[in-house]
Design a protein around this ligand. Structure first.
Ligand code: PLP
Length: 416
């Protein structure tokens, strides 16, 4: 059985440990929610100061060129690209994940509709357990199109492959499930979709910066994802969209705003899409927020996703083992797969009083979160989570459960 000293020894031997120093983390807090809102890179404060005081305050409108504001969506897209197995010119950082998903779905359905081989197809496949916004966006698009599309909601990852048949125009999947932490086999499901002549869109919200990704090797069609989770871009930092180069020329952005125009400053009355990935842009970007993402991305340049994945699995393995060893008297249920190949970078346990237990942990400075139904969710971010943090978090959890030190009458917050 691991001791706290063993955990300290693992931290001392951890090559990623020094990177923690690049993050602002409050004293007395063990932060296990970087899968929801990543911690702040220390460098972000100086960058914000520069953008607000110098670029906005002094250089004013000249900063669109002088400070490279105009190029920021594609320059940061290029910087993010290696983290998802993409090449420069394939990714832009812009808008929200929900909005980017709308663009990708609309463009994909359009491509299928103009191909005689797939024009009659009317089914979009996704999982019932997908993050709700993904489902809502698909439902909204279907209603708006009024062309008889239906959403096939599949229960459980095992049923996915068989539900992707010759009626399917598009498969819309989230790579790592936000609740269970289940990780899909991107290669196998992409191959399966293509074998049925369906296109596939991957939502990488809980994958980018958490698990190694190779969109190019998997030959996926489209991908979107958040930057404020594992990429530490800051609250509401713009999301990304990737379009496989084979689809770029045919990618028709339904939100054809002037930033996606081939010559935005020609101010012509007719829309002509930009030749490259910038056609996925719509309008003026939130520069302050966008600029801060670079600080998050720069930390990743100092390591690689294989090292991050190795530590992530070590942390989640340790957490599962310690919880099972120390809390076995309590009605906890492991929701997250034990198999490494099926696990993202967070671990979820059910408990009948999960909400109250999470509140008790937060009161002790251990910040995880709660997701309906009954799920306590703990995110492990290898850039700043230590092995000793895992030990201390489980120690607190065991105490809270052993002493029933949680308040069953705790009011539920609107947002946790
Ligand atoms: C977090 C998350 C989102 C968030 O979308 P926003 O548009 O940024 O609010 C979308 N999809 C998935 C799968 C997520 O986990």
């Amino acid at each position: 059985m691991m001791t706290r000293n063993d955990c300290l020894a693992r931290d001392a031997a951890d090559p990623l440990a020094p990177l923690r120093d690049q993050f602002e983390l409050p004293q007395g807090v063990i932060y296990l929610d970087g899968n929801s809102l990543g911690a702040r890179p220390k460098a972000a404060l100086a960058r914000a100061q520069q953008v607000i005081a110098q670029e906005w305050g002094i250089d004013l409108v000249r900063s669109w060129n002088l400070a490279g504001w105009f190029d920021l969506p594609s320059r940061l897209g290029d910087k993010l690209a290696p983290l998802i197995g993409a090449a420069p010119g394939q990714v832009v950082v812009t808008d929200s994940t929900s909005v980017n998903l709308f663009k990708a779905l609309a463009a994909a359905l359009q491509m299928q509709a103009v191909d005689p081989a797939t024009a009659a197809r009317r089914v979009i496949v996704t999982e019932r357990a997908n993050f709700p916004t993904d489902i809502y966006i698909a439902q909204g698009l279907i209603q708006w199109l009024q062309r008889g599309y239906t959403l096939r909601l599949v229960d459980g990852p095992e049923q996915l492959a068989t539900s992707i048949d010759a009626d399917v125009a598009l498969v819309m999947l989230t790579h790592v499930n936000y609740r269970s932490g289940h990780l899909h086999d991107m290669q196998a499901l992409t191959d399966h979709a293509h074998a049925q002549s369906a296109l596939i869109t991957w939502d990488l919200a809980h994958s980018a910066g958490a698990v190694p990704l190779d969109l190019t090797a998997c030959d996926a069609d489209f991908a979107v994802g958040c930057t404020y989770k594992y990429l530490n871009g800051g609250p509401g930092s713009p999301a990304f969209i990737w379009v496989h180069p084979r689809h770029q020329a045919a990618f028709r952005n339904p939100l054809s705003g002037w930033w996606g125009h081939a010559a935005p400053f020609a101010m012509q009355p007719d829309f002509a899409a930009s030749a490259g990935i910038r056609r996925a842009l719509c309008g003026t970007q939130p520069i302050v927020s966008l600029a801060l993402l670079e600080c998050g991305l720069d930390v990743f340049l100092q390591t690689d996703m294989q090292a991050i994945r190795g530590k992530s699995l070590a942390l989640t393995d340790l957490f599962i083992a310690l919880v099972e060893a120390r809390c076995s008297a309590h009605p906890l249920g492991l929701v997250t797969p034990r198999i490494h190949a099926q696990r993202g970078s967070h671990v979820s346990f059910t408990h009948p009083h999960g909400y109250a237990v999470v509140q008790a942990l937060i009161a002790r400075g251990i910040i995880g979160d709660y997701r309906e139904p009954e799920i306590m969710r703990f995110g492990f971010t290898p850039l700043y989570t230590r092995f000793v943090d895992v030990w201390d978090a489980v120690d607190a959890l065991a105490q809270i459960l052993d002493q029933q030190a949680y308040d069953l009458a705790a009011e539920r917050d609107a947002v946790t």
